[in-house]
Write a protein that binds this ligand. Structure first.
Ligand SMILES: Cc1ncc(COP(=O)(O)O)c(C=O)c1O
Length: 439
């Protein structure tokens, strides 16, 4: 690699580490995308957590607003660094109606450019550099950068299980997992400052029950540890009552937003993250939201938030979208149907091939176990299998590296980045690949 000079130590670190290890191959996959007529042997990029299922609906809505309405005066000026009031009101109404199903106040919200920046800002404001955030494994690889680069937090991947089958009745996390983690972190000279849970989860698609939230909130408040639930996939829920998959959820867990418990307790230690990137499939608009009853946290966020502030034009446009309640309802219904359809396409094939996977309650993913196709349970064998799947099927999925999980041979399949017809072709190729490999 070329020697990096003229930069600070931080700059040198940044210049030497790509955002993701799979960027080059992702670029290759994007340039050779499948098209039934013009590129029938093309690829399926299914590694980046994007949702393109209902973009047409949203684009039409945004074009209608841009065409029919004047851009208001305030859009051209500086605004509130934590989100202009009219936008926070629109978000509060939307989250209250659809995610929490009870009223929430715009004063409890602070917005910035995507959940990425919300995670960074929250970590910066709640923790000291060198503190530790505990995250049950497997989990979103980019948490490491979001909590680490600016805020200086360390990530502790908490192992609560090894096989996907152990997730059958929900996440097996217990208070003794947390107590042991605290002991280990303190023995290593750090502080357990934050516990981060993602629900629905990336990559497993699992959700936490209300009882688990209560138990963990009790423990965290008592220990003065911040408990943050990332509900970025909160409205990306699969219809688990669908007759084709109902039996996969023998003891179904009901999805209930953590916002409900937060409202009841109004504790300075309980917080929630959301974003429009996933449920609305508009990661490029960069809208993330912190919800908290910790007033000092919101004040601090506002005081230093200008470097992360969302463009006023985006806030205006998306505020108008969210204020159209009829549209939002219709959009969310269509999205849930489309997501469930994608999920069915993938899990039907997995079942046919007897590939273990975790039945998803939500998110944009299916977390699958391909370890039986590897000779050794090693990172190298996993990497080779990942490349082989891409070369033979054109499906670019995400290998388990970076998710912090003990088991090798796990892969995340993004089910919402290609259309239903493309997904069917991809799964057909995948089936042929697995059958050949097994024989
Ligand atoms: C769990 C989780 N948090 C945060 C993000 C980042 O979201 P945003 O695009 O809003 O920054 C992602 C994106 O994949 C994610 O999966």
């Amino acid at each position: 690699m070329e020697e990096i000079t003229h930069l600070s130590t931080r700059g040198q670190n940044a210049a030497s580490k790509p955002l993701r290890m799979d960027l080059e191959i992702y670029k290759e996959a994007m340039e050779n995308r499948y098209h039934s007529d013009t590129n029938p042997n093309g690829t399926f990029p299914m590694t980046v957590a994007e949702n393109h299922l209902c973009w047409d609906m949203l684009r039409d809505k945004m074009q209608e607003i841009s065409r029919d309405q004047e851009i208001p005066e305030w859009v051209a000026s500086y605004g509130d660094p934590a989100g202009v009031l009219s936008f926070r009101e629109a978000v509060a109404d939307f989250l209250g109606e659809h995610l929490m199903r009870q009223v929430i106040e715009p004063e409890t919200l602070a917005c910035s450019v995507g959940a990425t920046s919300v995670i960074e800002m929250t970590s910066f404001l709640l923790a000291e550099s060198g503190d530790t955030a505990v995250i049950p494994a497997p989990s979103y690889p980019v948490y490491s950068a979001d909590i680490g680069v600016m805020a200086g937090l360390k990530r502790f991947d908490l192992q609560t299980h090894h096989e996907v089958s152990e997730l059958a009745n929900g996440f097996p996390i217990t208070l003794s997992h947390l107590e042991n983690a605290k002991k280990e972190i303190e023995e290593n000279g750090s502080e357990f400052r934050m516990l981060i849970l993602t629900s629905p989860d990336n990559p497993s698609g699992g959700i936490y029950s209300e009882n688990q939230f209560i138990q963990m909130a009790d423990w965290c408040e008592n220990e003065k540890i911040h408990l943050i639930i990332n509900e970025i996939y909160g409205l990306a829920t699969v219809d688990v009552e669908h007759p084709e998959i109902r039996e996969d959820y023998p003891n179904p867990i009901e999805f209930k937003s953590f916002g409900n418990l937060m409202k009841e307790r109004k504790s300075p230690y309980l917080h929630l993250w959301y974003s429009l990137s996933k449920d609305f499939g508009i990661s490029g608009y960069r809208v993330g939201i912190l919800h908290s009853y910790n007033e000092q946290l919101i004040t601090g966020y506002r005081n230093i938030g200008l470097t992360h502030a969302i463009s006023n034009h985006t806030q205006w446009l998306l505020g108008e979208v969210l204020n159209d309640q009829v549209f939002v309802k219709k959009y969310l219904k269509s999205f849930k149907e489309a997501l469930t359809k994608s999920y069915l396409i993938v899990c039907q094939t997995l079942k046919k091939l007897q590939i273990p996977f975790n039945p998803s309650y939500g998110s944009l993913f299916v977390w699958i176990d391909l370890s039986s196709l590897m000779d050794t349970p090693s990172q190298e064998a996993q990497h080779q299998l990942w490349l082989e799947i891409f070369q033979k099927t054109g499906m670019l999925i995400t290998p388990g590296n970076g998710f912090g999980h003990s088991k090798k041979g796990m892969f995340r399949v993004v089910i919402t980045s290609v259309s239903h017809t493309e997904l069917e072709v991809a799964m057909e190729r995948f089936e042929n690949f697995i059958l050949k490999k097994k024989s």
